[in-house]
Design a protein around this ligand. Structure first.
Ligand SMILES: Nc1nc2c(ncn2[C@@H]2O[C@H](COP(=O)(O)OP(=O)(O)O)[C@@H](O)[C@H]2O)c(=O)[nH]1
Ligand SMILES: [Mg+2]
Length: 328
């Protein structure tokens, strides 16, 4: 505990800049715990960020996202790129505990000084995770990591806040991910930039490929057609090809001047998402602490109509007037 207190705002920022593992680990823990020191350090480092390229890897549980990221990390390390990984998957093998049981040689990555892997706690709600992920990304960016992979479990819209900060979004599916196909078709799930159909060793992989193709064929307007890559993450099969597609997407964004635009939009979206989630937290706390507000929620007695209750809550908690400008 004593050693942990050693970091000051200056030494922590300096440690992060130098890519010191202990400083990185500490900074991200502070971020997760919403410590004021974390905000200060991120604020200090922020002007130096923007160099890292963030690759979001999302998809249903069990499709092989973590395994695929591990294989991608191995590949990009062979290209001599420095890497960070932030996993927001509670079942992620990136936590030390699961290491021994896993056939992937993640331990190799943990020993590589150019690789920093971190699982974000599964506690806290999505808004809190989005906030922590955004800050952790900035920390790894300031540490000079050229590439940062963000792993999030996603089956629909829920993960939007966390994945929303990625420059390139990779959706990972596997044979049997029918629900995701439906979600894509229905427009519930956003079309990603690159699709990996993992577990290509599975006999139904080709069927899945055709299904995904037919869904993507519906969209003829976009100037970027998401490439689909069949991978076998366990054996690293087609992982270099997947990486190539990610690089092609990056080149597409950069050549069209779209990267800056995307980052601006992403950041605006994240700031809005974090602000919304804080407003919600604030409301929840206010209601919990105030019997009068709690009474306003009990509108069943037919004495107070619902929207009048809403107006009174907004007035009291946020000091907000009603939309037509009248005070409640
Ligand atoms: N057969 C096969 N199994 C795989 C492949 N990739 C990952 N797996 C296995 O699928 C399971 C889930 O992998 P994991 O990476 O934890 O999935 P995640 O939940 O999407 O992160 C693990 O048992 C992996 O060993 C693959 O290409 N083929
Ligand atoms: Mg995982």
């Amino acid at each position: 505990m004593a050693a942990r207190r050693d970091f000051t705002r200056e030494s922590l920022a300096a440690g992060v800049r130098a890519g010191d593992r202990r400083a990185l680990a500490r900074a991200i823990t502070l971020v997760e715990n919403r410590e004021p020191l974390a905000y200060e350090v991120v604020r200090d480092l922020y002007p130096e960020t923007g160099g890292a390229y963030a690759i979001g890897v999302t998809g249903p549980p069990g499709v092989g996202k973590s395994t695929l990221i591990s294989a991608l990390v191995r590949h990009v390390r062979s290209l001599d790129r420095s890497v960070g990984v932030i996993s927001v998957d509670p079942s992620s093998p990136f936590s030390q505990g699961a290491l021994l049981g896993d056939r992937i040689r993640l331990a190799d990555h943990f020993l590589d000084p150019e690789v920093f892997i971190r699982s974000m706690g599964s506690r806290g709600h999505l808004g809190g995770l989005a906030e922590a992920t955004l800050q952790a990304l900035l920390v790894l960016d300031a540490a000079g990591k050229e590439l940062v992979f963000l792993e999030t479990v996603g089956t629909g819209q829920g993960e939007v806040e966390v994945i929303g900060i990625a420059d390139t979004v990779v959706l990972v599916l596997m044979p049997g991910s029918g629900d995701s196909i439906q979600a894509l078709k229905a427009g519930i799930m956003e079309i990603p930039d690159v699709i990996a159909i993992n577990k290509s060793d599975h006999p139904a992989a080709k069927t899945m490929l055709n299904e995904v193709r037919s869904v993507l064929a519906l969209d003829t307007e976009s100037d970027w057609q998401p490439p689909i890559v069949l991978t076998e993450a366990m054996r690293g099969e087609n992982v270099p090809e997947l990486w190539e597609k990610i690089e092609e997407h990056r080149a597409h964004l950069e050549s069209e001047g779209l990267l800056e635009q995307r980052r601006r939009e992403n950041l605006a979206g994240e700031v809005f998402a974090v602000a919304s989630s804080r407003a919600r937290d604030h409301l929840q706390r206010a209601v919990a602490d105030d019997p009068e507000l709690r009474r306003l929620l009990e509108v069943q007695s037919r004495k107070l109509d619902p929207l009048t209750a809403v107006r009174e809550i907004m007035e009291k908690v946020f000091n907000l007037e009603d939309e037509d400008g009248t005070r409640a």
